[in-house]
Write a protein that binds this ligand. Structure first.
Ligand SMILES: Nc1ncnc2c1ncn2[C@@H]1O[C@H](COP(=O)(O)OP(=O)(O)OP(=O)(O)O)[C@@H](O)[C@H]1O
Length: 271
């Protein structure tokens, strides 16, 4: 286990000190200096390519730490992974496997039990509880690939919740969700927070940030293509989510910030 140089976590779910993350030795997001207190819900906002997913992968130990130090729940990312639940972007999902919703959710327990570990009664109850929480009780025996996108999202969320993680990482979980699924997810994020879990959620949707989050981390993309992203602001919603900071993050005077979404002409043009 590598020592990343930070000792103790003093109630911090995440402690980044001069941290940078990337792939194959190439830094994609840098200059990360922040402490996320346990129980906070952080909205991670930034333009495409600013490094939101890379940061989330770095917290999981799945992207390289290219500078500085990182502590997750006081441990290295690898050691902390058993206490972290994740909802990856929906396009990173394999829907072709013929497995039921219950099997998908049960997979959330294998990190602790190991791939051949036995899931006991407590585990089965935790799986059922997570399925009930996301409102999929009637679908537990259905094939995952046959569910709608929103239902699949719920099943993956239940997988993340089954092991009662202390930290939840949600990568653009609201993309493509209809109103009902969105509200369910918002409610669930709020409930996780009430139960003392820390949540980090990447989103383009400011309504979600305002409704469900206590803090915001704004990432700016590099000025030139290929340059790493970096923080434009971090703090409580009231302090950090300002029009200036959003414009800095998006390098764009045409950025629009309303109660719903951050949009820039550039992003709209690129679609
Ligand atoms: N597995 C990978 N290997 C190499 N480079 C990668 C990998 N994943 C992402 N990158 C690069 O890292 C940079 C940051 O990408 P990342 O996906 O973290 O941004 P993002 O802010 O999450 O973007 P989006 O809003 O489009 O999801 C991009 O230049 C991307 O091409």
């Amino acid at each position: 286990m590598s020592d990343t140089g930070v000792t103790g976590h003093g109630g911090a779910a995440l402690h980044l000190a001069g941290a940078a993350f990337g792939y194959g030795g190439v830094t994609r997001v840098e200059d990360l200096d922040l402490v996320v207190p346990e129980g906070a819900a952080v909205a991670l906002i930034g333009p495409n390519g600013s490094g939101k997913s890379t940061l989330l992968r770095g917290i999981l130990g799945l992207a390289d730490l290219t500078a500085g130090s990182v502590r997750v729940l006081g441990e290295t990312p690898e050691a902390a992974r058993r206490s972290v639940g994740t909802l990856p972007q929906s396009d990173a999902r394999d829907t072709s496997l013929p497995v039921t919703v219950r099997t998908v959710v049960t997979m959330g327990l294998y990190r602790e039990a190991g791939p051949f570990g036995r899931i006991g009664r407590g585990g089965r109850e935790a799986v059922q509880h997570a399925i009930d929480l996301v409102g999929l009780s009637a679908f537990a025996g259905r094939l995952f690939g046959e569910l709608s996108g929103g239902q699949q999202q719920r099943a993956i969320l239940a997988r993340a919740l089954a092991s009662h993680p202390r930290l939840l990482l949600l990568d653009e979980p609201f993309n493509g969700l209809d109103r009902e699924n969105r509200e369910m997810l918002l409610d669930l994020v709020a409930r996780q927070r009430d139960e003392g879990r820390t949540v980090i959620v990447s989103t383009h949707d400011l309504e979600i940030a305002k409704a469900a989050c206590t803090h915001v981390l704004l990432l700016a993309s590099g000025h030139e293509p290929g340059e790493p992203g970096h923080p434009a602001a971090f703090g409580t919603l009231a302090d950090a989510l300002t029009l200036d900071a959003v414009q800095h993050a998006f390098h764009d005077s045409t950025v629009e910030i309303d109660e719903h979404t951050v949009t820039t002409t550039r992003e709209v043009d690129a679609q």
